[in-house]
Design a protein around this ligand. Structure first.
Ligand SMILES: N[C@@H](CCC(=O)N[C@@H](CS)C(=O)NCC(=O)O)C(=O)O
Length: 241
């Protein structure tokens, strides 16, 4: 059983299935990573929507799980040694779930390093830069007269898309033939850029036609066709749209 003293979050978001992984999330580019991973691994989970626009992620019950006050976060009732464990930061959660399920992160040390480097590339570069671009292009920051911040993040986004396009050239997935947590980490942000920020008409698309027109062929086709990765996510309101 999950102890509310150890996990106050379950007081605010009660668990109907406490034996399942508890996911606290929303349909954002970071949130969707974990729901896609859970869908793809087949691990059973229970979703709790956290309304970040109304500051639910800053409630004390949520902060007890993630002191940084951001989604996604999880509780695994069957953690190491069979003990419940909580976790936050989407990249760390992806690695934990990959190790728990034995899927989407190779055991071979060289492949593992390369996969993790692309996961960290997403978490450290793509997420923060695309997120700032979103603020200055689509949200409150677009009212700001000084366009230098927008130009700065647009240029960096364009550069990062180029890095990704080059990596995907001739590869089906970021790691080649094998679908991995690097793809799961990245796809929500690229989708968001094109479909949510509606940045498709940008100069970026001239530089990175693959990504913004179709997210590099097979990569995009697989991810967005509903064949595998987005299975169930639309219904669960956990897609990046
Ligand atoms: N580095 C974190 C970023 C998480 C993050 O920025 N989450 C956003 C949604 S995409 C959030 O919760 N924002 C609410 C807020 O900042 O108040 C991760 O990868 O998990």
């Amino acid at each position: 059983m999950l102890d509310p003293k150890k996990f106050p979050v379950i007081r605010r978001w009660p668990a109907r299935h406490p034996e399942r992984i508890q996911l606290y999330s929303l349909n954002t580019p970071n949130g969707v990573k974990v729901s896609i991973m859970l869908e793809e691994t087949g691990l059973s989970y229970e979703l709790h929507l956290v309304d970040i626009l109304n500051d639910e992620s800053r409630l004390p019950e949520f902060l007890a799980l993630n002191p940084n006050g951001k989604i996604p976060a999880i509780i695994d009732p069957d953690g190491p040694g069979g003990e419940p464990i909580g976790g936050f930061e989407s990249g760390a959660i992806l690695i934990y779930l990959a190790e728990k399920s034995g899927q989407f992160l190779a055991a071979d040390p060289a492949v593992r390093l390369q996969t993790l480097q692309w996961v960290f590339f997403q978490v450290a570069s793509i997420g923060p830069m695309f997120g700032q671009l979103g603020y200055f292009y689509k949200y409150a920051g677009r009212e700001i007269e000084d366009k230098r911040p927008l130009q700065r993040y647009a240029a960096e986004t364009q550069r990062l898309l180029g890095v990704l396009d080059t990596r995907l050239d001739g590869r089906r997935w970021i790691m080649g033939d094998d679908f991995s947590i690097a793809d799961i980490a990245t796809l929500g942000w690229v989708r968001s850029l094109r479909e949510h920020y509606q940045a498709g008409g940008w100069p970026i698309s001239a530089r990175s036609p693959g990504f913004l027109a179709g997210y590099s062929g097979a990569w995009r086709g697989q991810l967005c066709s509903g064949v595998s990765t987005f299975r169930g996510n639309r219904d669960r309101a956990c897609c990046a749209q």
